[in-house]
Design a protein around this ligand. Structure first.
Ligand SMILES: *[C@@H]1O[C@H](CO)[C@@H](O)[C@H](O)[C@H]1NC(C)=O
Ligand SMILES: *[C@@H]1O[C@H](CO)[C@@H](O)[C@H](O)[C@H]1NC(C)=O
Ligand SMILES: *[C@@H]1O[C@H](CO)[C@@H](O)[C@H](O)[C@H]1NC(C)=O
Ligand SMILES: *[C@@H]1O[C@H](CO)[C@@H](O)[C@H](O)[C@H]1NC(C)=O
Ligand SMILES: *[C@@H]1O[C@H](CO)[C@@H](O)[C@H](O)[C@H]1NC(C)=O
Ligand SMILES: *[C@@H]1O[C@H](CO)[C@@H](O)[C@H](O)[C@H]1NC(C)=O
Length: 249
């Protein structure tokens, strides 16, 4: 068992060198597939084999230096990070199909097809595909949250499930206004961010606030309008909040 493992490690290493050398050689023409987190991606190996050939070939799908899936003598093996959500579509360009995409799935995948030739396996075909995962924040929501004092209202702006790390700001007439509390949280497992922020305002005048969340080159925003009603007695104001959500790409 031990010697088999060592042999496997050795052959994998020499195979890696072949892959790396080929990658350097062909890396300019690499195709890019962009999918949303939690979605599905099919990465084409650009190669077809017939079912009866399957027993005589080895197929490897690898991401950078980690194995994803292998088909050796028709036996499919899927590595743990990809288990239960990854398969190879042999009838469709030997595609690697990954479901429930995670942010950590982003990277360059390489497909290698080896065939036997006089008893030893030779690289017959090699393709690399870059998988890019996007995680867009939904339009934030603003809720009327608390009444810290009769004159004050506290509103809460929040959104979650995006990447990269967001920055949140509140604007009124294009000027930044100070939030009470802004927190940015990253889920350690999914790497996705949640952001929320509180803003206090005085109900005795009209307001139009924009909650602006920027992440990478993108941003999403929501507008909260407050209309003070003239006839209300002081200390018992009833306003009308109006929300307008905007996503900017
Ligand atoms: C399979 O690969 C061929 C050749 O590159 C391409 O024309 C075809 O669209 C691919 N099929 C799918 C379903 O991706
Ligand atoms: C593989 O077979 C599919 C289905 O017959 C075809 O659409 C595709 O073009 C073939 N791909 C290659 C690389 O020949
Ligand atoms: C895949 O599914 C099987 C059966 O449901 C389960 O035993 C196994 O733990 C799962 N593996 C992973 C990595 O989730
Ligand atoms: C800010 O939010 C954090 C987490 O929600 C909370 O623990 C903290 O008490 C808040 N601080 C203020 C000043 O509201
Ligand atoms: C709200 O605004 C009114 C009128 O400008 C002012 O009298 C009051 O002190 C303010 N309340 C707070 C809590 O800032
Ligand atoms: C507040 O907004 C309402 C509706 O737009 C308007 O009728 C009212 O004059 C405004 N009040 C002040 C103090 O600007």
């Amino acid at each position: 068992m031990d010697s088999i493992l060592r042999w496997k490690t050795l052959t994998r290493f020499s195979w890696l060198m072949v892959v790396l050398a080929a990658l350097f050689h062909f890396s300019s023409g690499i195709s890019v597939v962009t999918k949303a987190v939690q979605g599905m991606a099919a990465l084409s190996c650009n190669y077809n084999i017939s079912v009866d050939e399957l027993s005589r070939v080895r197929i490897y799908w690898q991401k950078e230096n980690n194995m994803v899936l292998s088909i050796i003598s028709g036996n499919v093996q899927v590595w743990s990070q990809y288990q239960n959500r990854t398969f190879s579509d042999i009838t469709n360009n030997l595609s690697l199909v990954i479901l429930a995409l995670r942010l950590s799935d982003r990277g360059t995948y390489t497909c290698v097809v080896q065939k036997t030739e006089k008893g030893s396996f030779k690289v017959e075909h090699l393709t690399s595909v870059m998988l890019s995962i996007k995680a867009d924040f939904p339009t934030p929501s603003i809720i009327d949250f608390e009444h810290p004092s009769p004159d004050l209202r506290r509103i809460l702006c929040s959104t979650s499930g995006g990447f990269p790390k967001p920055s949140l700001s509140w604007l009124e007439n294009g000027e930044e206004v100070k939030a009470v509390n802004t927190t940015v949280y990253q889920d350690p497992e999914t790497e996705l961010y949640t952001v929320h922020s509180n803003l206090d305002f005085n109900v005795t005048s009209n307001h139009s606030f924009m909650c602006l969340i920027k992440y990478g080159d993108l941003s999403v925003s929501q507008i909260f309008n407050w209309e003070k009603l003239k006839e209300d007695p002081p200390g018992n104001q009833i306003g009308v909040p109006i929300l307008i959500g905007v996503s900017v790409v």
